[in-house]
Design a protein around this ligand. Sequence first.
Ligand code: FES
Ligand code: FES
Length: 175
Amino acid sequence: MGSCDASPGQAAAPGAGGSAPVLALEVNGRAVSVSVSREATLLHVLRNDLGLNGPKYGCGLGQCGACTVHVDGVAARACVIPAHGVAGRCITTLEGLGSRHGFHPVQQAFERAQAAQCGYCLNGMVMQAAALLAREARPSPARIRAELSGNLCRCGTHIEILRAVEDAAARLASA
Ligand code: FES
Ligand code: FES
């Protein structure tokens, strides 16, 4: 993950010729600048303007977790965040979680556990779990369960998902 050089909360400059105001962000370690309406959500900008389709559109109401990204390292629901409200902040999407050389340990654990059916919830599960493991060295199974309780999986893959996160936590703690 990169670090933000832009000042948090900087004002959006108006676009040329009365177009939508310009929004500057750091996304996956890269400074980006896009012209978007004041009503646009962060999820809309990531998917539609930046072509980052890791975060998914599920409920659009902040209730399912499919759209989860990290804002300055904290898991957040991109579908209900006004894009201009996070001007200058560091955004990490699923695409930026791992490195060019390998998956993030949480992604590796999901792959080992084959913790997916349709896969639609996985962006949110992985991003939520990665944020937890970044701030807590060895969360208990109950803590992991509580952390992921707001991430919905309509396929009923919760048991495998929880096992995968426990596996990632154990491996990270012993690394
Ligand atoms: S799509 Fe954002 S929480 Fe459901
Ligand atoms: S694997 Fe299908 S929604 Fe979770």
